[in-house]
Design a protein around this ligand. Structure first.
Ligand code: BES
Ligand code: MN
Ligand code: ZN
Length: 508
């Protein structure tokens, strides 16, 4: 993508479409909030934008989109008005979605170039945040996954390849870092989406390790993959147990980014669940929706994606990524209900349902973080439970956290990038459900509060670390297409984690 700021006057911006964000104000009367450029467009078109607003055809509500053809009055062929909602409540997510919907829409009409003008001067968000959100949203909006479809039938190869961002020349230097963040964040999210959208016959644990290796190579990160013998040596009974029914070898991926010369309080270890296909194992899932379980490595994809953005933007902290990855298959060699597995930290787990595999592989990875990496802050990301989908749907991810400050940091980082997290409980009374007669812990606590009992199991493996567990089942994948994104992987959590790394580096 050729992407730059432009200081051209509105008359001279020669793009296939100029996207103009419009918010509204509600005093005695509802009135539109235009950017400077939008006012110039309005002038050039003889007051057309004012008129659309006055007539109620365009209200400035979030999600609205109206196309106006310029008929030679401006260099751009079309102006796409997108609603940003109420000015006082302007949030990055609304800007992202508006610009995403506009960019996606014009791409679908066959356009190749787009200009963005979405900066409002009296909004509660600074221009940096607005700029980042606008560019990020547009880059996320034009994402498609068509590599397995024939070009002609599906519009492959078409697409927007040129983007101009309108901002007064005086602002360019100041806004450049915001543009770079947007490019890195959107690139990381789209990379995450690609990993999740790949079919499970292609994206095996070995291939996931290869793709992580490519990122590491490109950005000169330390990279290591542990194989079975090393897992046995370390006593990773959870990961080995889950993988024993599969023909595909399990992998334990380690990526290290060194942004600070010494270890510090703010360093983070990110752990991602990497089940490249979850059949449920011997406790097999029903056939109907099983194909969606190719996405059961979305946590792994998110932490590798976060690492991608971190490697591009180079914050001054250290970040380690750990990914236990395997398939969960039924077979004559598969682990069974009734088995007892010993996790790397020595604790034993009584298996009652082989479909609760995520917590087992995470238990080993969390133990590794504590015992081998001496991690002080650990965040794991996992499509862990159907229960969180029942509780929060596809709007928010569940967050479980043993530290109020870390919880607040994650919620704030999420808000900055347009990802929502809702804090869930870790009350000790929930642990009753996971007591076992024969092992240290029982693998599941049954249906009640199943997301919470799953988190309570993970808690056994984090030692004294500050820890958050993000359950992204529900937010990782969109079952319907949206104006601002296609059906499929969302790339959820990659940006929040990258933003968190940037914020923590600043605060050292
Ligand atoms: N990967 C699933 C959770 C999941 C469900 C993700 C729906 C995305 C959408 C996980 O491995 C699983 O099967 N969890 C079970 C655990 C149960 C057997 C205790 C669940 O939550 O139903
Ligand atoms: Mn499962
Ligand atoms: Zn799973």
């Amino acid at each position: 993508m050729d992407i730059k700021f432009s200081q051209q006057g509105i008359e001279d911006v020669a793009s296939d479409a100029l996207v103009v964000g419009v918010a509204y104000q509600q005093k005695e009367q509802r009135s539109p909030v235009f950017s400077k450029a939008a006012r110039a467009v309005d002038d050039a078109l003889g007051g057309l934008l004012q008129e659309l607003f006055a007539s109620g055809e365009f209200k400035g509500e979030a999600g609205e989109l109206t196309t106006v053809h310029t008929m030679g009055k401006l260099a751009t062929r079309r102006v796409v008005l997108v609603g940003l909602g109420k000015q006082e409540k302007l949030q990055p997510l609304a800007i992202q979605r508006a610009c995403g919907a506009a960019a996606r829409h014009v791409q679908q009409t066959g356009a190749h170039s787009i200009a963005l003008d979405c900066l409002l001067e009296n909004a509660p968000l600074d221009l940096e945040t607005q700029t980042q959100a606008a560019i990020e949203g547009a880059l996320l909006g034009v994402y498609t996954f068509k590599k397995y479809q024939q070009a002609d039938a599906h519009g492959n190869g078409r697409g927007i390849n040129k983007m101009r961002v309108l901002a007064g020349a005086a602002h360019h230097a100041r806004l450049e870092p915001a543009m770079q963040r947007a490019i890195a964040f959107a690139g990381a999210t789209n990379f995450t989406r690609d990993l999740v959208n790949e079919p499970p016959n292609v994206l095996t644990p070995t291939e996931l390790a290869n793709r992580a290796g490519l990122v590491a190579k490109r950005f000169d990160l330390d990279f290591e993959v542990l194989d079975r013998p090393q897992m046995q040596e370390l006593g990773m009974g959870g990961l080995l147990g889950v993988s024993q029914g599969s023909q595909e070898p399990a992998k334990f991926i380690i990526m290290r980014y060194h942004g600070a010369s010494t270890r510090g309080e703010k360093d983070m270890t990110l752990v991602g669940k990497g089940i490249t296909f979850d059949t449920g194992g011997i406790s097999i899932k029903p056939a109907e929706n099983m194909y969606k379980m190719k996405g059961d490595m979305a946590g792994a994809a998110a932490v590798i994606g976060a690492m991608y953005a971190i490697a591009v933007l180079k914050p001054a902290i250290n970040v380690t990524v750990l990914v236990p990855t395997t398939e969960n298959m039924p077979s004559g060699t598969a682990y069974r209900p009734g088995d007892i597995l010993r996790i790397m930290n020595g604790k034993t787990i009584e298996i009652v349902n082989t479909d609760a595999e995520g917590r087992l592989v995470l238990a080993d990875a969390l133990s590794y973080a504590v015992l081998k990496e001496q991690a002080t802050t650990i965040i794991d990301v996992a499509t862990l439970t159907g229960g969180i989908v029942v509780a929060l749907g596809s709007v928010m991810s569940g967050m479980f956290c043993n530290d109020n400050a870390l919880s607040a940091e994650i919620i704030e980082a999420g808000q900055k990038v347009g990802e929502k997290f809702w804090r869930m409980p870790l009350d000790d009374e929930y642990a009753e459900a996971i007591t076992s007669d024969v092992a240290d812990i029982k693998q599941t606590g049954g249906r009640p509060a199943s997301s919470v009992t799953a988190a309570k199991i993970l808690e056994h493996f984090v030692g004294d670390a500050h820890w958050a567990h993000l359950d992204i089942a529900g937010t990782d994948f969109s079952d319907s297409k949206k104006p601002y994104s296609e059906k499929g992987a969302t790339g959820f959590a990659a940006r929040t984690l990258a933003e968190l790394a940037l914020k923590r580096a600043e605060s050292v």
